[in-house]
Design a protein around this ligand. Structure first.
Ligand SMILES: [Fe+2]
Ligand SMILES: [Fe+2]
Length: 254
């Protein structure tokens, strides 16, 4: 079959998408060569510490910084790894990479003010593991990284913020209370942006399902089993999830 010649707009979009993908690959390589990285351990080996102590508080900030670090890499990976998507797909994920970088920088600055740096604590790599195992299947990637693991962040963030607010009531020293207030404000920014990231995941997951003739709800169930994805766990942040494009049927916990 003779191939159709591309319109001027399609040519422009393709050139733009290619430029974004080259930029993403270069940023990803720069990330990979950063030297002071956390030692990776299993989820169970991460020490449990109270956030009411300076050390425990810093460890909590570090653990969220590590999630953001991986989120930068997974957004860039979504750009450079997968071919033949519309230019707006690459623009969306570059925007996510920029916002994840903003989140990481806010947390790293707080960590520095606490006397630590990224890489000083151990970390676990659940988010990156899912990125690795879905690298051959863009539908699985969209289903299980943004709209499963990032969506769990929508549920978890208000719980962390409630803990931070309880610190005020616990009457701790004023330095730690100021840090808790700063962390709470950073999490407000993160939560607002993350709704957009999950919405991007939902948009492209449904777009791909429609293109491939898949039922998004039935296919998600299949993928969740195949890739051993974590199940929905209460309490859900239903308002944020609906804003991010989930439908109620997807939020029923069985
Ligand atoms: Fe983030
Ligand atoms: Fe995100």
């Amino acid at each position: 079959m003779p191939s159709r010649s591309l319109s001027r707009t399609e040519n422009h979009n393709n050139a733009h998408a290619l430029a974004l993908r080259q930029e993403a690959k270069a940023k990803d390589d720069a990330n990979a060569t950063r030297t002071h990285q956390p030692s990776l351990v299993t989820h169970k080996e991460v020490p449990k510490r109270s956030i009411h102590t300076p050390l425990g508080f810093a460890a909590m900030v570090h653990s969220i910084a590590h999630i953001e670090w991986n989120a930068i890499r997974l957004a860039l990976d979504a750009v450079w790894r997968f071919d033949d998507m519309p230019a707006s797909y690459y623009q969306d994920w570059m925007r996510v990479a920029d916002e994840e970088t903003k989140h990481f920088n806010l947390l790293e600055a707080l960590l520095k003010d606490l006397g630590y740096t990224y890489g000083d604590f151990t970390a676990h790599d659940g988010l990156w593991h899912m990125c690795e195992i879905t690298k051959g299947d863009i539908v699985a990637r969209m289903a299980l990284v943004p709209r499963t693991l990032e969506a769990r962040g929508l549920d978890a963030t208000p719980l962390v913020q409630a803990k931070l607010k309880r610190m005020k009531l616990a009457g701790l020293d004023s330095g730690l209370l100021g840090d808790a207030k700063r962390m709470d404000a950073i999490l407000d920014i993160i939560l607002a942006d993350e709704i957009g990231h999950v919405a991007i995941g939902n948009h492209w997951y449904r777009w791909l399902c429609q293109k491939e003739g898949l039922d998004p709800i039935a296919h998600y169930k299949k993928l969740a089993i195949e890739f051993d994805a974590p199940r929905l766990k209460p309490p859900l942040n239903t308002a944020a999830r609906l804003k991010a494009g989930f439908v109620m049927e997807e939020l029923i916990i069985k």
